[in-house]
Design a protein around this ligand. Structure first.
Ligand code: KIV
Ligand code: ZN
Length: 512
């Protein structure tokens, strides 16, 4: 690999998933992993194998399936974590164990309650143990941006000797500023005697909105791997956004002199897939992947664009995958065309039953909507996979009455544990009435944190994609529902969230 090639390490499925409410199922993660592979991401961090049986299964399924990208599992610097990661990666074509320990004075004293020497000892032991399982080992210094330089030099030298091939410098709390962060990388590369034996990586959080700027500064200083997520998904304010880093490197190669192997036309499909699966809507003015990112509204801009596109545009919408491959399906499209298009969009079916079920939903939708776009297909499949067949709550039917000057009333039939319940609710609007009716039978006691509706495509016949975020006892879940009728979409999303709360999946957090 040439010295100006940057390794793109995507952590949407691990750090991105740590965002409250962004939990994904094994199948959803697999769909995203396939899209990341298609986009030619170098390393996919598939999860934190020891966090839960579900996480283990997802990392394993991705490691078993993905062939072109390296598949990585996170693990703390603990024997059990490392062994579990190794187990999940056993069939990987190219696998990596990513182990980490905190190195800042505040984390070592209060969180780990360890002396610095003990931290070094644990780090070295973890790297050696991981190297006994796999060749490709990455070591991260959690909270590096608040760690002492001398201590970082000491621990990094030791873990490289122990066999770490990649050294990751995270700005865990999003505290760094670009000049300082770049300088830290320069210092590490100059001062550590065996620095040339490893690739230096950065992993920036966006608490001050500087994650991308800090990452670029570190790359300019000599880091050659960058950790990032699609749409900047991630804990708190998120991680550095993959699309922004990749397009900045590409668009300003004249200044930065670096390149990636990313197939940029797959960026927008990846963004849409992640947004549809997690329910985290992309803000319209988000760089690269926001709906308005390439929309030129003002007369002066439009005039300039017509004369010469480059007057106001530094990259094209097509470069990042807008409007490419928008093959439209309709009422007369057959099963093969449907399956082929979904495969191109990164989704394959596990069984004929699954394909038939999705195809039946597609036909229903085609009856209501004359043209079906890629976005509709993605939503349709996400929705088909929302149910596992073993849910407590199911929507059988819904009727709402809404009239000017009258209180809206919703009448629903909801199945709870296989028993039919007829419920009625009133509310300030039809959605409110429907959700209140469902809650009257579910009695979940959860609190609603977010309700959002997003039109999947343009036009008044668009499907509405609804996200309902519920919180109960500190657990947060996102329910999703899509339909051309937004009241039905809302009821589906609420019921999906209730089923997720009911599943009560316990999960460990890597940093705890
Ligand atoms: O932000 C962080 O420090 C992390 C590490 C586990 C790499 O996510
Ligand atoms: Zn992180």
């Amino acid at each position: 690999m040439s010295n100006n090639r940057v390794i793109i390490f995507d952590t949407t499925l691990r750090d991105g998933e740590q965002s409250p409410g962004a939990s994904m199922t094994r199948d959803e993660k697999l769909r995203i992993a396939r899209q990341l592979e298609k986009m030619r991401v170098d390393v996919i961090e598939a999860g934190f194998a020891i966090a839960s049986p579900g996480d283990f299964a997802a990392v394993k399924a991705i490691a078993d399936t993905i062939k072109e990208s390296t598949v990585c599992s996170l693990s703390r610097a603990l024997d059990a974590d490392i062994d579990r990661a190794g187990e999940a990666l056993i069939n990987a074509n190219s696998g990596r164990i990513h182990t980490f320990i905190a190195t800042s004075p505040i984390h070592m004293k209060y969180k780990l309650q360890m002396e610095p020497d003990q931290v070094v000892e644990n780090a070295v032991r973890a790297v050696k143990r991981a190297r006994n399982l796999i060749d490709d080992v990455e070591f991260s210094l959690e909270d590096a941006s608040r760690s002492e330089l001398d201590f970082m030099c000491r621990i990094i030298e030791k873990v490289i000797d122990a066999g770490a091939r990649t050294i990751n410098i995270p700005d865990t709390v999003g505290y760094a500023v670009p000049q300082e962060f770049g300088h830290t990388i320069t210092q590490l590369l100059n001062r550590i005697p065996n620095a040339d034996k490893a690739i230096f990586s950065v992993h920036c959080h966006n608490d001050l909105g500087l994650a991308v700027a800090n990452s670029l500064s570190a790359l300019s200083a000599g880091a050659r791997q960058v950790e990032c997520t699609i749409n900047g998904l991630g804990e708190r304010a998120g991680n550095a956004s993959l699309e922004e880093i990749v397009m900045a490197l590409r668009t300003r190669k004249d200044v930065l002199g670096l390149e990636t192997g990313i197939e940029t036309t797959q960026i927008v499909p990846a963004s849409r897939l992640v947004s549809s699966i997690t329910g985290f809507v992309v803000q319209p003015n988000k760089a690269i992947v926001g709906a308005n990112a390439f929309a030129h509204e003002s007369g002066i801009h439009q005039d300039g664009m017509l004369k010469n596109r480059e007057t106001y545009e530094i990259m094209t919408a097509q470069d990042v995958g807008w409007n490419t491959n928008r093959m439209v399906l309709g009422k007369l499209s057959g099963r093969n065309a449907f399956r082929a298009r979904l495969e191109e969009l990164g989704t394959s079916f596990n069984s004929d039953t699954e394909l038939n079920d999705a195809f039946a939903r597609f036909k229903d939708l085609a009856d209501k909507k004359s043209e079906i776009f890629d976005e509709d297909l993605i939503a349709l499949v996400s929705e088909a996979r929302v149910g596992t067949g073993a849910e407590r709550f199911r929507l059988s039917s819904l009727k709402v009455t809404s009239q000017t000057g009258e209180t809206p009333v919703a009448n629903l039939v909801v199945m709870v544990d296989g028993v039919e319940h007829q419920v009625e609710g009133t509310g300030s609007g039809p959605v409110d009435a429907a959700l209140k009716a469902i809650e009257s039978v579910a009695e979940s006691g959860s609190s609603l944190q977010l309700y959002s509706v997003n039109a999947i495509t343009s036009g008044t016949d668009s499907q509405g994609e609804v996200t309902v975020r519920l919180e109960k006892g500190g657990r947060i879940v996102n329910g999703l529902g899509a339909d051309t009728d937004i009241i039905i979409a809302s009821a589906k999303a609420y019921i999906h969230a209730l089923n997720m709360l009911d599943a009560n999946i316990e999960k460990a957090h890597p940093q705890v």
